[in-house]
Design a protein around this ligand. Structure first.
Ligand code: SF4
Ligand code: SF4
Length: 288
C-alpha cells in the first residue's frame, strides 16, 4: 500500500514551544480559516500553479513545468519575495512528504525528541496523513515512546475526531473568540464547531491546552474574558489555558492596524481569569 502523503509548508526538527518537551514539528499547508491575525498567512492557501510568483524570484528557484510550479531549494536564499506576491496566500516552496519520510526524520533526531507535533495551517485538513503518521509512530519500536500532538483550530466534525483521537496524545486547541459574530469576522467561520471540538477532546482526556489570542480592542474585552471563564468552568476548570499576545510579526496589512498586545494587558487578563477561579493560566515567555 502507498504511504499517505502530505503537503508540508515547513518542518522544525527541534521546538520547545509546540507542546511539551523537545518536539519535531510538521507544519502542513492549507487552512479552513482565514484569520486576519494569522502570523503565517502563507500557510493558508493551496497553490493553484498560476505562476505569478515565478518572476518575483531573483534566484531562479521557481519555474513552471507542464503547468505546475517547480521549486529548486538549492538556489533559494529564503528571501520570501514569492510569498509576498501570491494572490491566494499559498506557498510555492511546499514539499510533499510521505509517512515513511517523516518516520525517517524522526529516527534521525530520536535521541533529542520528546514527541511529534503536527501543526499548520490546519493539520486536520490532511486528516488521513495525520492518522497514518501517528499510527505508524505508535507501531514503530524505536519511535513508540514519542507522544503525538496536534495544534488545531477545532473546525473538524465529530467523525474526524473519532478517527484522530485514538492515536493522538494531546491537542492544543485555539478558540479565536467566544462571540460568534466576532469569530466570523476574525476567521471567516462560525465558532460552534471549535467549541464542540474542545468539549469532545476534553471528554476524551486529550485536551492538553486551550489557546486564546488576546488582541487589544478586539478579543480582550470583559465579555470575551467572561466567555472564556464560563467555557473553562463548563469544561471543569482544570484545563490549562494559554493566553497568547497579538504581535505584528508576519501579519497582513489589516492586522497591522491593530495595536500589539502588551505584557501588562496579558497579565491583567490572566489575573481576571485566576480571580474568576481558573487556576491553570499560562502567559507568553517573550513578547516579540
Ligand atoms: S504559490 Fe501562489 S503565486 Fe505561486 S504559483 Fe502558487 S498560487 Fe500562483
Ligand atoms: S524565497 Fe521564494 S522568491 Fe526568495 S529565493 Fe526562495 S523561491 Fe525565490
Amino acid at each position: 500500500m502507498n504511504s499517505p502523503r502530505a503537503t508540508v509548508s515547513k518542518i522544525l526538527t527541534y521546538s520547545i514551544v509546540d507542546g511539551p518537551g523537545n518536539r519535531l514539528v510538521i507544519f502542513l499547508q492549507g487552512c479552513n480559516f482565514n484569520c486576519t491575525a494569522c502570523h503565517n498567512p502563507h500557510t493558508i492557501g493551496e497553490c493553484n500553479h498560476c505562476g505569478d510568483c515565478v518572476p518575483a524570484c531573483h534566484a531562479d528557484a521557481l519555474s513552471l513545468v507542464d503547468g505546475r510550479i517547480v521549486f529548486n531549494p538549492l538556489t533559494c536564499d529564503q528571501c520570501d519575495d514569492c510569498l509576498a506576491v501570491c494572490p491566494i496566500n499559498a506557498n510555492p516552496m511546499v514539499r510533499d512528504y510521505d509517512v515513511a519520510d517523516i518516520l525517517e526524520l524522526a529516527r534521525r533526531h530520536r535521541p533529542f525528541l520528546t514527541g511529534v507535533t503536527v501543526s499548520g495551517g490546519e493539520p486536520t485538513r490532511q486528516l488521513g496523513f495525520v492518522v497514518a503518521l501517528f499510527e505508524a509512530i505508535k507501531a514503530d519500536e524505536e519511535l513508540a515512546g514519542l507522544d503525538c500532538f496536534i495544534d488545531s483550530n477545532g473546525h473538524l466534525g465529530a467523525s474526524g475526531w473519532d478517527s484522530l483521537l485514538p492515536v493522538t496524545d494531546g491537542v492544543m486547541l485555539d478558540i479565536k473568540s467566544f462571540d460568534d459574530a466576532v469569530h466570523r469576522e476574525l476567521t471567516g467561520k462560525e465558532n460552534l464547531k471549535s467549541l464542540r471540538s474542545a468539549r469532545l477532546i476534553h471528554e476524551a482526556g486529550k485536551l492538553y491546552e486551550l489557546r486564546f489570542l488576546l488582541v487589544p480592542g478586539v478579543t480582550d474585552s470583559d465579555d470575551e474574558l467572561d466567555g472564556l471563564v464560563d467555557f473553562m468552568k463548563d469544561l471543569g476548570g482544570d484545563v490549562r489555558v494559554k493566553l497568547n499576545a497579538f504581535q505584528h510579526h508576519g501579519v497582513r496589512p489589516k492586522a497591522l492596524e491593530w495595536e500589539k498586545m502588551s505584557k501588562a494587558g496579558v497579565d491583567k487578563a490572566a489575573a481576571r481569569l485566576r480571580e474568576a477561579g481558573i487556576p491553570n493560566v499560562v502567559t507568553p515567555a517573550v513578547y516579540l
